[in-house]
Design a protein around this ligand. Structure first.
Ligand code: SF4
Length: 285
């Protein structure tokens, strides 16, 4: 089968940096086996498994870690309380928070200090969002489908940010909805990630050339899911898979050209493995 790849795909600098920090910490800090990541370093099973095999432990609870343990803060960041408790409990910290997530945290803090009621467009259950909103009190979080009347305060000065991995069209739609509500002032700070945007643009462009799209990446990866959503929005038959294991012949049957892209936390080995297999598949057989 003919396979074409999105011009921008796979690992972003934030994920590369997080993996490098984790690997360096494993070499330098884990002699006593006490390097613990607070949750998956990135949203990709293959990478997390590889780091676990090298000795990286994982915990969701900082209170259970022994004094002297080194904690790795993942690329999605963490609330300020986590850093405070780590210091109080005499834990060492390796901070792999992506600089763009850090910027979103700083923006939220600053908007609050300037007197804005901070509103974040994003998934309230996503670790990045949970971390970012902890940098100011009472941040309102909402996403498509939520009842804006219930969550957006009446006649307020609103300071608006968005989850870094959201697509601009989605954020614009949400802002338009907010603007229909009575508000005194609205200050929008663009916290979207350009790396994500480049992958989104490349995926949408590839949809013009192919008959079916495969979007590779963790099923929990927000930016991968957003890539799949955009391709579907283009009217393309789209499959979000973690790798070749998820492929079924019916997905490509009768198609001539397949497009492949991948989220920012998908390693090149997963992409190249998938492409190699797909190229040997004959959809007319
Ligand atoms: S996708 Fe963007 S915000 Fe997320 S880790 Fe990568 S560079 Fe950072």
């Amino acid at each position: 089968m003919e396979v074409r790849l999105a011009t921008t795909r796979g690992f972003c600098f934030g994920v590369e940096d997080a993996i490098e920090l984790a690997e360096n910490a494993l070499e330098n800090d884990n002699a006593n086996g006490r390097l613990v990541a607070l949750g998956p370093v990135i949203h990709n099973k293959t990478v997390v498994q590889q780091l676990e095999e090298k000795g990286l432990n994982q915990s969701g609870d900082i209170e259970k870690l022994e004094e002297g343990t080194t904690v790795l803060i993942r690329s999605h960041g963490a609330p300020p309380e986590t850093f405070k408790r780590a210091a109080e409990r005499k834990l060492n910290i390796v901070d792999a928070t992506c600089i763009l997530v850090k910027r979103a945290q700083d923006v939220v803090k600053q908007l609050h200090e300037e007197g804005y009621k901070v509103v974040m467009i994003g998934d309230p259950n996503h670790p990045e969002v949970k971390g970012v909103i902890a940098y100011a009190p009472d941040v309102v979080v909402f996403d498509k489908g939520d009842d804006l009347e219930a969550v957006i305060p009446y006649r307020e000065r609103l300071g608006i940010v968005a989850q870094t991995t959201h697509a601009p069209d989605h954020v614009a739609e949400m802002i338009a909805e907010i603007a229909k509500r009575p508000f005194r002032e609205m200050k929008i700070v663009n916290t979207l990630c350009l790396e994500v945007l480049r992958r989104q643009e490349a995926a949408v462009a590839l949809c013009e050339e192919v008959d079916v799209m495969f979007v590779l990446g963790g099923l929990h990866s927000a930016n991968t899911r957003e890539l799949a959503r955009l391709c579907k929005q283009e009217g393309m038959d789209t499959y979000h898979l973690e790798g070749w294991d998820g492929f079924e012949t019916s997905m490509a049957a009768g198609k001539r050209i397949a497009g492949v892209t991948a989220g920012a936390s998908t390693p090149e080995s997963v992409i190249s493995g998938f492409v190699k297999e797909l190229r040997t598949y004959d959809p007319s057989a």
